[in-house]
Design a protein around this ligand. Structure first.
Ligand SMILES: [Zn+2]
Ligand SMILES: [Zn+2]
Length: 391
């Protein structure tokens, strides 16, 4: 077992986490990341659930439940991949079933039959590319190229060996305990993809997030236009104002129109709400990862830096309080000889105020353009990398 991935770490982040967080395992380390106190709580919760299952079902029941948990969370498995395919398939099926009969309509031409199919197809293609492409597995035969790809910054990355793979650990790489391999420029292990996100497939992962965000927006707008088209074709506004005598203003008509839509097109309304919520989630995920890529850092490094900064801050605080203690002791002994001026001591700086501000120095950040090129054309796919390999 790799030293970076203690068992306690990865079991804590699996099992009882909800599906979404189960899919998103940023990495595990010696110390519990200070950013994730909820993981500690989950570990505690897991302990109590284990005790509860043990009390109710006995040791066989506990063994059965935890072997399922081990299969689902600690080993590569396609559960979430199947769920993703079921979600996208079911959503598209319901859209076809409920709304394609209104296309072509007042606002949408029949081209949307084909563009929607194309959009879903490309989405699935990005999913397959991210899931089944090599994230940048570091092996004995390519480790020297990966070692020269990124230098050690000697802050969060120092020269060491992976205790599981028994090969040197290139800077920015990490041993994924779920996939049991070292991955270059490791970001996180993605349960939805059943794959690590690393140096070679971050581009597909970003494309997946961006494309699915756009797909959800497209679906929401297209369904909205279908409903707007039905409103126009059935002359609902005309009927409401002329036959029902409702005032021709937005405020008076809106409740009646909404009531009519909810009564007649509830499937489309539900689909629109679902797609809008998912698009917001995807926008958040894409924004987060795009920001990391522009700064040439990873989710794993974000946690590493946070740990490093917290540790440095504590060290600095300890130094400052030691200096303050020393100063107060020497002050006490000099006070015995000569009482210090109250005014002078009031304006004197406390050594505790001199706590150094720890700054993040990411040596891999080479500017937005260069960073983006590194995502689109990973270093290991470039001719310079391949030449090194052939030497
Ligand atoms: Zn390894
Ligand atoms: Zn992995």
């Amino acid at each position: 077992m790799d030293s970076d991935m203690p068992r306690t770490g990865h079991t804590a982040s699996g099992g009882l986490l909800p599906l979404w967080s189960m899919a998103y395992l940023p990495g595990h380390s010696h110390r519990t990341p200070p950013l994730l106190p909820h993981l500690r709580r989950l570990r505690l919760l897991r302990f109590f659930v284990r005790r509860f299952i043990g009390a109710v079902f006995g040791s066989k029941g506990t063994h059965f439940v935890f072997s399922i948990e081990h299969f689902c969370c600690d080993r590569p498995n396609p559960t979430l991949q199947v769920i993703y395919l079921a979600i996208i398939g079911a959503t598209y099926y319901f859209i076809i079933n409920s709304s394609f009969s209104y296309i072509p309509g007042y606002y949408l031409s029949e081209i949307h039959w084909y563009t929607s199919f194309f959009a879903v197809g490309v989405g699935i293609l990005f999913f397959l590319l991210t899931s089944f492409s090599d994230p940048g597995t570091v092996k004995a035969d390519n480790v020297s190229e990966y070692l020269s790809a990124y230098p050690y910054d000697n802050i969060i990355y120092t020269e060491k060996e992976c205790s599981t793979c028994k090969i040197p650990k290139p800077a920015r790489s990490k041993h994924c305990s779920i996939c049991n391999r070292c991955v270059a420029r490791f970001d996180h292990h993605c349960g939805w993809m059943n794959n690590c996100i690393g140096e070679r497939n971050t581009r597909y992962f970003l494309a997946f997030l961006l494309w699915h965000f756009l797909l959800c927006i497209y679906g929401t707008i297209a369904l909205g236009l279908v409903l707007a088209g039905r409103l126009k074709e059935l002359r609902v506004i005309y009927i409401l104002t002329v036959y029902y005598g409702i005032e021709n203003s937005f405020r008076s008509l809106a409740p009646h129109v909404v009531q009519w839509l909810l009564g007649s097109y509830n499937t489309q309304i539900l689909l629109m709400v679902f797609l809008a919520i998912v698009s917001l989630l995807l926008a958040g995920f894409f924004g987060y990862h795009a920001n990391l890529c522009l700064k040439n850092t990873t989710t794993n490094e974000t946690f590493k830096w946070q740990e490093y900064i917290n540790w440095q801050r504590k060290l600095s605080e300890a130094r400052a309080s030691a200096a303050a203690l020393k100063a107060s002791i020497s002050g006490m002994s000099s006070e015995e000889k000569r009482p210090a001026s109250k005014c002078k001591s009031f304006f004197q700086r406390s050594p505790l105020e001199d706590v150094e501000v720890v700054v993040k120095r990411n040596m891999y950040d080479k500017g937005y353009f260069h960073n983006l090129c590194e995502i689109i054309f990973p270093l290991s796919t470039r001719p310079s990398f391949l030449q090194k390999k052939s030497k």
